[in-house]
Design a protein around this ligand. Sequence first.
Ligand code: 0X9
Ligand code: ZN
Length: 426
Amino acid sequence: MKKILLSLALLGALAISIKAEENFSYNQLLKEITSVEPAVSPEPALEKSAMPDGRYWVTVKAADKYARTRLLEAGFDIVEINKGSVSGVAGPDLMARLSSKSFVVESRIPLSVYTAAASKDFPTADAAYHNYKETTDLLKQMAAANPDIASLFSIGKTTEGRDIWCLRINSSAKGTAVSAKPGALYIGNHHAREHLSNEVPLLLAAYLFDHKTDADIKQYISALDIYIIPMLNPDGAEYDIKTGSYQYYRKNMSTNSDKTRGVDLNRNYDSWFCQAGASSYPGSDTYCGPKAFSEPESQAVKKFIEARKNLKTHISYHSYAGEILYPWGGSDEDVPNVKDRQVFISVGAAMEKLTGYRSYKSSEMYVATGDSCDWAYAAGGIFAFTFELEGRGFYPGAAIISSAVAKNIKAAVYLLSVTDNPYKAI
Ligand code: 0X9
Ligand code: ZN
């Protein structure tokens, strides 16, 4: 794989120089992405490795979603669900815990990360992905180029002091000014290594600006209050790429009481906090944190949503599975309001058609409490969907961006079409 990376260095350099030319229209961005498509299909990221780092790619027996929930509670971060088993990354502590709790480990492959000299960027072949600076610059450029409808502001700072940027698209209200228009919210990158989940909302913004004079988009921009927060967890995302090779990092960068790093932001919301499918072991990948909303990133989302009672719809982007999930995820129960349940089912089904992703109730994957969409629906009545974007692995290569973005724009724009009154979907 190293050889492939080297042979792609020239293409990567080309991509970097293209980026420097301030191309930020949707079509230009797409061109930029396709220009770095590897000539060969990307190998699984696990094979990109060089040095064992004490972690394993583990496959553990799990017959059903209840077994999956128990594994999450033991701190196992389920990455892939197979028939009768699940796979994910486990370090030495978790390996010991799995055997002490009598889980059956079917296989384990030493996981290695390539610890090159710090490059603070994506591997060359994936240069089309936007790191934090590139994301920030692009958001600033888009906002500056569309002053009639756009504004950019920070919803708060991360653990390491980075701004969490929010791009607002609204033909009248700007910045943090309140609006009575129905609102739609798109958030990416709760999880550090899910870099595709930054690209989709970022390019959605570029698409909306490029098409702002199309009849439908123009109407949404004038009638709605649209918010895009592409990178909620920039500390984690930057950590994941800082050596120039991926670290399989999931959480934020908080320092825990036992000096381990990171809280799973999608277990830190106040919805049945840490009751199921989340771990209280600080070192584990599904660590819920010391208390609900202990983290600056989830706290920023809480404040943001609580201050905007006009929000009606929401997508939180994750990867990977090709799935659309709706509440509850923290309970086997259905949401109690029958009409709301029908909205989730109908809107999910419409977005399923547009993306080819499967739409279903979140808890069927596994019950996991503290997730952002459960909280957004419970606290704000917001029709909140978790999208598990497509791809094979967390690092599916740059070639996947354009197709993932294209189909997800359709779903995101559909969501705008029902944001004025989600009940019209039933
Ligand atoms: O576990 C998660 O946070 C999400 N999957 S991911 O691989 N992106 O980490 C899924 C959240 C779905 N929510 C629940 N099942 N509660
Ligand atoms: Zn995720």
